[in-house]
Write a protein that binds this ligand. Structure first.
Ligand code: MN3
Length: 244
């Protein structure tokens, strides 16, 4: 019988924990294992419980900070993400997209906040663990050694302007681990999303033919979409939910 990883097992394997929560953390809570691979219905995203007590990260992160951060800040993202999903559903139902810019921003801002906080809680533990195995090898290969990775990650995190995130992630196009600074997490859409279908709306993509008529270009773009390729991309990533 094929062995299915339970969330508990995944939480033990630090390497997988990050990925697992990153992919399904959008719609599923940390207790969501019973829900199988189904995404949560629109607007019903839940705040995942902290995987440890409020004082578990003392003295490095104090109890009060952790409590406010999780119960107020993260909860706020989840609440507003649900509102944005609901509003977008209402827009699809009525066909009125006059507020699409606003709700797309709210969706990205709160969705990213939810995903990144879910990852953050589970990529910390009361007793820090060491990187090892395949992950450690990938870090060495991508950064030329663990210490070099560590220095870059710390420097990048320290240098994030104002508020934001230091992020180490897997970049699937070239297959490397990379370190990024997210100054405004909403500007990069929802972290964890894999693009399947993209439409270039920089002016260079249409201006010679369409000048300022972007909507005409986008309408025509829809006539030349290579759906089998989009389906192939979907096939590559849809199984990532199965890490639970
Ligand atoms: Mn925060």
């Amino acid at each position: 019988m094929e062995h299915q990883f339970t969330r508990r097992e995944i939480m033990k394997g630090m390497g997988l924990a990050t990925l697992a929560l990153g992919i399904d953390g959008l719609y599923a809570s940390a207790q969501g294992a019973t829900e199988g691979d189904k995404p949560r219905p629109l607007g019903e995203c839940k705040l995942p419980p902290l995987p440890y007590g409020y004082d578990a990260l003392e003295p490095h992160i104090d109890k009060e900070t952790l409590a406010i951060h999780h119960d107020k800040h993260h909860a706020g993202y989840v609440r507003q993400f649900n509102v944005a999903m609901q509003k977008l559903e209402e827009a699809r139902a009525s066909g009125d997209f006059s507020l699409i810019k606003h709700w797309s921003r709210e969706f990205a801002f709160n969705g990213s906040g939810h995903v990144l906080h879910s990852l953050y809680w589970s990529n910390m533990a009361p007793k820090g663990e060491e990187a090892k195995g395949e992950l450690l090898e990938a870090i060495k290969k991508s950064f030329g050694g663990f210490d070099r990775f560590k220095k870059q990650f710390i420097s990048a995190s320290n240098a994030v302007e104002a508020s934001g995130w230091g992020v180490m992630g897997f970049e699937p196009y070239m297959g490397n681990l990379v370190i990024l600074q997210a100054e405004k997490h909403q500007d990069l859409t929802i972290w964890g999303v894999f693009p399947l279908l993209v439409c270039d709306v920089w002016e260079h993509a249409y201006y010679l033919k369409y000048q300022n008529r972007r909507s005409e270009y986008v309408d025509n773009f829809f006539k030349i979409i290579n759906w089998p390729e989009v389906e192939r991309r979907y096939g590559l990533v849809k199984g990532l939910r199965g890490y639970r």
